[in-house]
Design a protein around this ligand. Structure first.
Ligand code: UDP
Ligand code: MG
Length: 312
């Protein structure tokens, strides 16, 4: 019998966890052609998530968990789950039921019968989300798809089911700054996109503030595009051309009309503008350098404090 691993990162999810477990076991019971394994990653939760997981693991042998020594972020959770998974198929899901477990049979069919390596899901609406956030999200997808070779699908969720070969490919990318949406696209493989209507969180609250999402999107851009690095050169050339034009204007004015050169305010504008552009370019360079610095340290992506193997 083939085996399917379900990987679920959890951070402070004591409220959502029992609901999720009930749903996923109900769906799993309907897919009798598969053996299941549920791998929960406790990402350094400060509530009772870990004790809930222990309860589940001692009652159900299919439940495994990995508890981190602190909060390492969802990306580290995904990586740990994929690394721990032993199934022929691996599904990635959020614990808050925003990734409907009922779609799992569809995902499985696409991979097992229709010849795809991966079945991924995409939200068709952003209903229930603040409009400002939707606006920035859409901008982000438009920009990153312009400046990056990797295809990053708007509205794509991390919810997907993959064949082992694709999971191994993802695990072979050991970078420290992980941007999963880009990594899934980068490894390629045949992916079927399954759309669904946005669902709101079942319990608990979102871990992503606007600011956190903004920083995450910048990380995505730095991780999957080097176009911002060319910004300084392009702007430099442009400014040189403009400067050359003004030199001509000043020369003609002085020689032909004998005008004295005035304009302290315009001088200030130019100085401030140039200073701003230079700082911006240094900032962009700094972003890439700091990421390179973090990569060169080769720190582990996560540290484990406890797993289900410690349970009796
Ligand atoms: N999550 C995590 N570590 C974190 C933040 C979130 O493992 O540092 C998990 C969280 O428990 C959930 C999933 O990632 O299962 C998605 O988080 P959330 O629902 O808060 O994000 P949203 O759906 O609002 O984008
Ligand atoms: Mg959510």
């Amino acid at each position: 019998m083939k085996k399917c691993s379900i990987v679920v990162p959890c951070y402070n999810e004591e409220a959502a966890l029992p609901l999720f477990y009930r749903e996923i076991t109900r769906v799993a019971a309907g897919m009798s052609e598969l053996d299941f394994e549920f791998i929960f990653i406790d990402d350094g939760s400060r509530d009772n998530t870990l004790s809930e997981l222990k309860k589940l693991a001692s009652a159900d042998k299919r439940v495994r968990f990995v508890s981190f020594s602190r909060n390492f972020g969802k990306e580290a959770g995904i990586f740990a789950g994929l690394e721990q998974s032993t199934g022929d198929y691996v599904a990635l899901m959020d614990v808050d039921l925003q990734d409907p477990p009922d779609l799992l049979p569809d995902l499985y069919r696409a991979v097992s019968e229709e010849g795809y390596d991966c079945a991924a899901t995409r939200r068709t609406t952003r209903q229930g989300e603040p409009p400002v956030r939707s606006f920035f999200a859409r901008m982000f997808y438009r920009i990153i798809n312009k400046i990056s070779d990797v295809d990053i699908v708007d509205g794509a969720r991390d919810y997907r089911l993959m064949r082992r070969s694709m999971v191994d490919a993802i695990l072979s990318l050991r970078e420290y700054n992980r941007f999963s949406k880009g990594i899934f696209g980068w490894v390629g493989f045949k992916t079927k996109w399954i759309p669904f209507v946005n669902v709101e969180r079942a319990a608990g609250e979102t871990k992503w503030s606007f600011w956190k999402l903004f920083c995450y999107s910048l990380e995505g851009i730095v991780a999957f595009s080097t176009v911002p690095l060319a910004f300084a050169s392009v702007f430099g050339i442009l400014l040189c051309l403009i400067a050359f034009f003004f030199v001509c204007v000043v020369l003609v004015k002085t020689l032909a009309f004998g005008d004295p050169v005035g304009g302290w305010p315009s001088m200030m504008c130019v100085i401030l503008f140039l200073g701003g552009i230079q700082l911006l370019c240094i900032g962009i360079l700094g972003q890439y350098m700091s990421k390179t610095y973090l990569e060169t340290k080769k720190r582990p992506l996560y540290l484990v404090r406890e797993t289900e193997e410690g349970l009796q």
